[in-house]
Design a binder for this molecule. Sequence first.
Ligand code: ADP
Ligand code: MG
Length: 221
Amino acid sequence: MQIVNLSAKELSKSYNGFDFVFSNLTFEIKSGKIFGILGPNGSGKSTLLRILSRLTSPTDGRVICTLDGKEIAAEEQIKIQGFVAPYLTLFEEFKPLEHIEIVFKIRSEKYTKSEVLKLLELFELTKSLHKPIKEYSSGMKQRFKFILALISSPKLLFLDEPFTNLDELGIEKVISIIEQLKQEGKIIVIATNDKREASLCNKTINLKQSAADKPNLDASV
Ligand code: ADP
Ligand code: MG
């Protein structure tokens, strides 16, 4: 089993150059841990999740990912991670198997068909394989996002509000997958405002409301 580790060193982010969403965040996430990014709306949870998963650059500081103690490049990290978020868009014109084919072609990566079929069965989408994704319900789309994230057995899984649109059965499936990945020594990072999602986490960071989103109490109406 490879030991994965993810650290944030003095991370700061400003989108406009003067309001900082957060400043100077330093923490470490060890193998087999579920890390929660908590805080009110607009506090920077999604921003921090995207920075940790290398989809957004920090204004200052850096992210360090190691495998068996050896630092890997951002591009390498992206190859061993999965990402699920409400703002992640799907190619809805396509059917699930076509969609998977396209994603892996773009990434120049291979996948095992049997693994895909197992995940489709697990998330109960096997019966809907003939339909393009645009005809799926929001819950089915969310389950498909989990399938996409899990196909290549990620060592890091980044989840933004993971229970969004899922029913109780879907939520229980996702919880059991998260627990299994944790047992296997993977890292799971969850950005959330939801108590149930937060209760899964071993360790959390609590972000405060960012300056840009604070109501201006001096403003006269
Ligand atoms: P949360 O996920 O906690 O609701 P976000 O990370 O989405 O918070 O947003 C934090 C702050 O950063 C908010 O003020 C938001 O408006 C701002 N923000 C987020 N994404 C962008 C972006 N792409 N460009 C400019 N500002 C952004
Ligand atoms: Mg968010």
